[in-house]
Design a protein around this ligand. Structure first.
Ligand code: ITT
Length: 215
């Protein structure tokens, strides 16, 4: 049984459509989200921590909204910004920008404790310690806090969807969905299947499901 590790039930509703019935269940575990410029290091670190917690195959899902006119903000800080400013304020801030284009990104991190051709450890400017820990082969533990005693392979799957920030519309989905418009509709105006067909998470899950089917 695969554990989809998230505090957000909305993510699992979307993920269930990609995996055989009964093959996935949510594990409500709040893994440490390290401070990093990109989602990859957060997902890789989170997958290792979640695997150690669950002692079973895990998939973590780190996502964010990247607003072009704000140089990609809130990006990896999307959760904090949703909790503090709220999505209405994000829309108001974006409404003053010339460039309201935005993108959602999602990085899934899979870890089952077994060996496989892991993704190279993702490295960015904010995660230099992880780069050093990863070493030259890129398959090191990536941990910067000393808790990752042994290297655990992690496979990453990424998805991206372009759109723009609009005034809130629709009451489906979750998070920033009401203010993110893609192809004339906000994600909150789409049902789950329609959102999955175009979304960052759907694209990442499609890649994961194809790889996982052979595993
Ligand atoms: P976990 O970390 O426990 O999985 P979370 O909701 O905090 O749950 P993220 O850190 O990945 O998940 O999410 C960052 C923010 O982006 C958070 O405010 C989410 O509500 C939002 N978000 C993620 N995916 C989204 C989606 O598909 N549509 C709208 N908002 C989304």
């Amino acid at each position: 049984m695969l554990r989809y590790v998230t505090t957000n039930p909305g993510k699992v509703r979307e993920a269930e459509r990609y995996l055989p019935d009964g093959s996935v269940e949510r594990l409500d575990f709040d893994y440490t989200e390290i401070q990093a410029d990109g989602l990859g290091p957060i997902a890789a670190r989170g997958a290792r921590e979640a695997y150690r917690h669950a002692d079973a195959p895990v998939l973590v899902d780190d996502a964010g909204l990247f607003v072009e006119g704000l140089d990609g903000f809130p990006g990896p800080y999307s959760s904090y910004v949703e909790d503090t400013l709220g999505i209405e304020r994000v829309h108001e801030i974006a409404a003053d920008l010339d460039d309201r284009r935005a993108a959602f990104r999602c990085v899934l991190g899979y870890c089952d404790g077994e060996g496989f051709a892991a993704s190279p450890d993702p490295v960015d400017r904010g995660d230099r310690d992880a780069a050093a820990a990863a070493g030259p082969d890129g398959e090191g533990d990536g941990g910067s806090d000393g808790t990752d005693a042994e290297p655990l392979p992690v496979k990453l799957f990424e998805g991206y969807v372009p759109g723009r920030i609009v005034a809130p519309r629709g009451d489906g989905g979750f998070g920033y969905d009401p203010i993110f418009e893609h192809d004339g509709e906000t994600f909150a105006e789409m049902d789950t299947d329609r959102k999955n067909a175009v979304s960052h998470r759907g694209r990442a899950l499609a890649k994961f499901a194809e790889w996982y089917a052979d595993r």
